[in-house]
Design a protein around this ligand. Structure first.
Ligand code: MG
Length: 290
């Protein structure tokens, strides 16, 4: 079984210039869950001035009719974000920081060491509130500003995250610069460190290596992946960072390879098409019918 976390309404929408109404976001989240998605990152609790598209995070969280057995989460980058997520009634939160000093400063205005200190505090507050915590490392496989990121540094940062008592560890190829050989090498060292805890990969297809990277990582024992319907997405603070691996493409590939996802891909394709027609442009996801 490969577990998919849908992030279309968060990572996907955060870079869209066109205002997307709250009720549509709610409808699409519910549709993804209806298709069989068991984990969904609904929005991000970041400053509304920085990411205006997600300024309705609270309203989205409140509006979604929750289904038992589904993890509804939000992304947070600081203590204020954790507090908002708690107030919004979420029971799972994704805390994230960067492995690149330059990206860290551009994304959150903090150095890596400052981020780690705040990260520990965020994890503590979330745990006290009874939340499960996903700890994430962005730009783990390359950075547009810095180029290569030291593999040992990423492994050490993963250990420090795990020492904070997080429930899941995620690593992001935020820039899509990673390659299959590199991912396999790094992930096969990180998966054993996490023991029984899930290790999640967040892959972008910026350089066309997204699905190849996923397959390489599956071979090193990673069975959780973030995806976005239509292949939407990018980071507003990373130049040249484009779409996530597309949910419908990933499911199509996994099902063909004999893996189960528990997701009805016809329904996911229908959802991606609805989003595509709303946005009025062809989305990068390749599988338009099966
Ligand atoms: Mg991303």
């Amino acid at each position: 079984m490969i577990h998919i976390e849908e992030q279309g309404t968060r990572d996907g929408f955060q870079v869209e210039a066109v205002h997307i109404p709250t009720d549509l976001k709610i409808k699409w989240i519910e549709q993804a869950v209806e298709a069989g998605v068991k984990r969904i990152q609904m929005s991000s609790f970041v400053h509304p001035k920085l990411v205006p598209q997600l300024a309705d995070a609270e309203a989205v969280c409140a509006g979604v009719t929750k289904k038992e057995g589904v993890i509804y989460s939000g992304l947070v980058l600081n203590v204020k974000g954790v507090e908002r997520a708690i107030k919004a009634g979420l029971n799972h939160v994704a805390i994230s920081m960067s492995a690149s000093e330059t990206h860290s400063r551009k994304n959150t205005n903090k150095s890596i060491e400052e981020s780690l200190t705040e990260f520990a505090e965020m994890a503590r507050i979330a745990k006290v509130a009874g939340m499960t915590v996903r700890g994430g490392i962005q730009c783990a496989f390359g950075c547009r500003y810095e180029g290569k990121i030291s593999e040992q540094f990423v492994i050490d940062l993963s250990k420090r995250h795990l020492d904070l008592g997080i429930d899941e560890l995620s690593l992001a190829d935020s820039t899509g610069m990673g390659n299959p050989v590199q991912l396999k090498r790094i992930m096969s060292q990180i998966v054993p460190l996490a023991g029984n805890l899930p290790v999640i990969l967040h892959l972008h297809d910026t350089e066309g290596k997204g699905i190849a990277n996923m397959i390489a990582a599956i071979e090193s024992g990673v069975n959780h992946y973030d995806t976005a319907f239509g292949g939407l997405g990018g980071c507003p603070f990373i130049k040249g960072a484009t779409g996530n691996i597309a949910t419908e493409d990933v499911i199509h590939c996994l099902h063909q390879m004999g893996y189960e996802t528990g997701i009805n891909n016809l329904k996911m394709i229908k959802l991606a098409k609805e989003v595509e027609s709303f946005l009025g442009r062809k989305l990068p996801g390749k599988i338009k019918e099966i």
